[in-house]
Design a protein around this ligand. Structure first.
Ligand SMILES: [Zn+2]
Length: 207
């Protein structure tokens, strides 16, 4: 084996490790990483200590429209648009970098991630295939994930007009204030104004 191919293989292993740690499913790894299925499964077991789950979950585009999911999805997709425009590392690297940045900013305890990696890349595919679009909120100018062909006129986002049950915590008598909960979900308080603003507004600024 030549030195070049050994290096190329090491890079593929590194990529696979990075993706597995982010929560990528086996189907995604097989499509994006140049390693055999057997090696990917072995890597997966070594890293996660368990076999990869079988089958892809049947995600519907409707999932991205519920209140909390829409905030997180919109935040991620705005970061992704920014990365794809400003980073020349290709679509996969843009996906990895934006997902990392999203996790960093959402700052949720482990196991409480709202938008997991599979949902994030499924959403990118939905956008690519024209099933989803970004709508600009007429109140805050943020860009939010919406169904394709939804009326963009006078669109008001889920942060400006949260549903009445938004932010209510299960098993708790004291519901959190929707807007505050939403802000917390968007990031650490100090970063909220900056990141949420930048994240949700960048598509408009960039595009
Ligand atoms: Zn708004």
């Amino acid at each position: 084996m030549s030195q070049k191919s050994v290096l190329a293989e090491v890079k593929q292993v590194q990529l696979a490790v990075e993706l597995i740690l982010l929560g990528a499913r086996l189907q995604f790894l097989e499509a994006e990483v140049g390693l055999s299925r057997e090696r990917l499964i072995r890597l997966y077991k070594e890293i996660k200590g368990a076999s990869p789950p079988k089958g892809l979950l049947p995600f519907s585009a409707d999932w991205y429209m519920t209140w909390l999911a829409n905030i997180h999805s919109s935040m991620f997709y705005n970061i992704y648009c920014f990365m794809r425009t400003h980073d020349d590392g290709g679509d996969l690297q843009a996906l990895i970098k934006s997902y990392r940045l999203y996790l960093e900013q959402a700052d949720l305890p482990e196991g409480n991630v709202v938008l997991d990696f599979t949902r994030a890349y499924t959403m990118v595919r939905f956008f690519d295939s024209g099933m989803l679009q970004l709508n600009s909120c007429c109140r805050c100018n943020g860009e939010f994930v919406a169904h394709a062909y939804d009326d963009k006129h006078d669109y008001v986002c889920v942060l400006c007009r949260p549903p009445s049950r938004a932010g209510k915590v299960r098993n708790s008598d004291k519901p959190a204030q929707p807007r505050r909960t939403a802000r917390r979900a968007l990031g650490r308080p100090g970063l909220t104004a900056g990141l949420a603003g930048v994240a949700l507004g960048c598509a408009a600024a960039v595009g």
